[in-house]
Design a protein around this ligand. Sequence first.
Ligand code: NHR
Ligand code: GAR
Length: 216
Amino acid sequence: MKNIVILLSGRGSNLEAMLAAKLPCRIAAVISNKADAKGLETARAHGIQAAVVAHAGHASRDLFDAALAAEIDRHQPDLVVLAGFMRILGEAFVRRYAGRLMNIHPSLLPAFPGLHTHRRALEAGCRVHGCTVHFVTPALDNGPVIIQAAVPVHADDSEEALAARVLAQEHIAYPQAVRWFVEGRLSLGADGRVRLAGERHPAAALLVPEPDADRK
Ligand code: NHR
Ligand code: GAR
């Protein structure tokens, strides 16, 4: 069974979705850059090791990245999952975990990289918005796409309402992507393209690629 480490900075609802999905892997640790992240409590409540590597305690981004990598490497993960992790990671860190570092971003990339994606989608007048799971590369929010989920934007939407609609899809898409990876079906090719093997079938929501038939 593969080992994963989850990095987060706050609420941890994507962690909860992964726990609820009963993925065929071991969550070896949850690590946060913030000591008060609710996701750490959730991890402890499930008997998962919870650790803090505070960015505030490090003199530079590179030193923070190195301390974070040292904590991650204690657990020998096959996959490192960014689940609401709010610190940009440097090139050396990203290269160390090449092909085994995944992120979920709350927009349909390449639209709206960076922060405040829901507000920006509303301001831009988008009729469709969503989330993207991607392999992380040094260029921020620019790595190869694994799965995307789309939701409608309503005329009277608030930022909060839109965020909640997207989040519900994150909770479907992200466990699916991690499941594919830990099953050994998903990888990042040497050509920088995503490889996904095996059976899938059409889903009700617009989730691309669609999830597996045996989990509907
Ligand atoms: N690192 C690299 N190299 N590449 C990516 O694609 C990354 C990454 C680190 C995090 C998540 C990302 C997102 O999905 C992510 C992807 C934080 C910021 C940010 O500006 C931007 C994007 C993402 C995460 N962080 C501020 C910083 O100075 C701090 C903001 C805060 O603490 O609230 O690091 O959106
Ligand atoms: C999620 O919407 C995730 O996509 C987003 O933060 C939220 C975390 O929620 N990630 C980013 O914005 C990364 N910069 P959660 O803590 O409840 O999983």
